[in-house]
Design a protein around this ligand. Structure first.
Ligand code: GDP
Length: 536
């Protein structure tokens, strides 16, 4: 039996970030192929007929064939226990996407070789840098025409502000894609795909050394020469590989490949597992000290709350990232925020093919705990003598707003209860218009799909019908000044700026553009505005 320390050392917990369509799902599928967890490609985000790697417990998910909530895939490979935290990325992009990154020890950033760094990648990257976690880059779709690799690497450096270290280097792209040169072994892995190798089969990778005449045959004399020139340039120009810089998120190792044809995926996985950290210590905000993941005492924090996983039970599941020690089903623990004692009776893990009950889990893992209605995002659960409390998770600025009004005025109570409970789960943020009534609220979301989810759930769970009116705001700012410093009613604002309050009475302004934010700052000397809310 491996010791708790060995169990924790073998863990790698990471999230994959990308702009929609860059190939996150395809890469995830291919990673799972190496593990035997699933045999059918297409099952991570399968449409109707394929098996779903993620549970489809909500109607809306079934209808659209996408996953609304993030889940966790766990598998073992080469002695490692790997947890992939799935970050919703399409229309289902939400605050959960950001929060999941708070529970990851590393991120894999997938970039489309033809498109480079795109908008959503930038946003997600920014969140990763809040915690300085290591970021590994996979430049995808080399089997399609891609941009010049020097260009791509430079774009990553300038747009994202991180140093790069290419671990391998592509030879051509699209129809002329011949493979990659591995810088550590100084060998070429030749691409033998015929462009149709989109199945579960692994593409054969043939190896040869740079300068070897056989390479002329393998990739063509011209390509061989061009590659030799590229590598000379690269060896001369690029940074040294610096593991410490990787581990603190200052340098990203870059891999080129093609997830669809499964080229370069396994070498990437191997290097990633070798270089990515085992579970990182989180800081206890009571003492300011880091909590050793391998310490005996179990602790963790809630980063996501999921309602209605089981229609028959109407339960809520709180997803807990274990930060230290060992979890055992049925163990006694404390919910730090309420001081309540709990029996952690139900642990569920989101496995590749099902929701399974876990009896045991370790630091780095994620478990789903049955929530009797006491958990909020960011709460700490711990066992053992010493109490710890993990820092709260920041509130991320919503980017879409709507006014939601109840249609049946007799149902005011249910309406208020519904929106408040749903806001507590953290998928939406609700605001009251200053001077507005109780029959409507302003809802802010990070991803627009959450507005559909809200409407649907208010109807099915609270029997409340609402009207939804999209609002043109795009910028949200919390007023940092105290009430004695700034009288919100007297602020000099552009006409299309809206004054609102959050659930805790915090004062905010909603703007239709960045220009109006500056306008407000210029006309109201001393006004201090922040993009992040008080903590969730
Ligand atoms: P996601 O939105 O980031 O999860 O992207 P998907 O994995 O769903 O991929 C988006 C599209 O790109 C799909 O049609 C994939 O088949 C395609 N795709 C993904 N990886 C590759 C690749 O390496 N080469 C090519 N040619 N297409 C790819």
């Amino acid at each position: 039996m491996p010791s708790v320390q060995d169990q924790i050392r073998s863990r790698r917990t990471f999230a994959i970030i990308s702009h929609p369509d860059a190939g996150k799902t395809t890469l995830t599928e291919k990673l799972l192929l190496y593990t035997g967890s699933i045999q059918t490609a297409g099952s991570v985000k399968g449409k109707a007929s394929s098996r779903h790697a993620v549970s489809d417990w909500m109607d809306i998910e079934k209808e659209r064939g996408i996953s609304v909530t993030s889940s966790v895939l766990q598998f073992t490979y080469d002695g490692y226990c790997v947890n992939i935290l799935d970050t919703p990325g399409h229309q289902d992009f939400s605050e959960d996407t950001y929060r999941t990154l708070m529970a990851a020890d590393a991120a894999v950033m997938v970039i489309d070789g033809a498109k480079g760094v795109e908008a959503q990648t930038k946003k997600l990257f920014k969140v990763c840098t809040l915690r300085h976690i290591p970021i590994f880059t996979f430049v995808n779709k080399l089997d399609h025409d891609a941009r010049d690799p020097f260009d791509l690497v430079e774009e990553i450096e300038t747009v994202l502000g991180i140093d790069t270290y290419p671990m391998n280097w592509p030879i051509g792209s699209g129809r002329n894609f011949k493979g990659v040169f591995d810088r550590a072994s100084r060998r070429v892995l030749a691409f033998e795909g015929d462009g149709r190798a989109n199945a579960t089969k692994r593409v054969a990778e043939v190896e040869a050394e740079l300068g070897d005449p056989a390479l002329d045959e393998l990739i063509g004399a011209e390509n061989h020469q061009a590659l030799a020139d590229d590598i000379e340039l690269l060896d001369g120009a690029s940074e040294e590989f610096d593991l410490e810089a990787v581990q603190t998120g200052r340098l990203t190792p870059v891999f080129f490949g093609s997830a669809l044809t499964n080229f370069g995926v396994e070498p990437f996985l191997k290097d990633f597992l070798r270089l990515a950290p085992s579970p990182l210590p989180y800081t206890d905000s009571l003492t300011g000290e880091k909590v050793d993941p391998a310490s005996e005492d179990f602790s963790g924090f809630v980063f996501k709350i999921q309602a209605n996983m089981d229609k028959n039970h109407r339960d809520r599941i709180a997803f807990l990232r274990i930060c230290s020690g060992r979890f055992e089903r049925g163990m006694d623990a404390r919910h730090v925020q309420s001081g309540r004692k709990l029996k952690l009776a139900t642990g569920t893990a989101m496995m590749a093919d099902d929701r399974a009950t876990v009896d045991e889990a370790f630091a780095g893992d994620v478990v789903g705990l049955f929530d009797p209605g006491i958990f909020s995002i960011g709460d700490t659960v711990c066992a053992g003598r010493r109490e710890v409390r993990y820092p709260s998770i920041p509130t991320f600025a919503p980017e879409h707003f709507a006014r939601v009004t109840q249609v049946d005025t007799l149902k005011r109570k249910q309406f208020v209860k519904g929106v408040e409970e749903l806001a507590q789960e953290g998928a939406i943020q609700i605001f009251r218009e200053v001077g507005g009534g109780m029959e409507s609220v302003i809802v802010g979301v990070v991803g627009v799909l959450q507005l559909d989810v809200l409407e649907r759930r208010l109807k099915s769970e609270y029997h409340v019908t609402v009207r939804r009116q999209p609002l043109p705001y795009t910028e949200i700012r919390w007023i940092q000044n105290g009430p004695d410093e700034v009288d919100v009613a007297q602020l000099n604002l552009s006409r299309d700026t809206c004054k609102v309050e959050d659930m805790r009475g915090g004062k905010l302004l909603l703007f239709t553009n960045e220009w109006n934010v500056n306008w407000a700052l210029e006309r109201n000397p001393g006004l201090r505005l922040s993009e992040f809310g008080n903590i969730a």
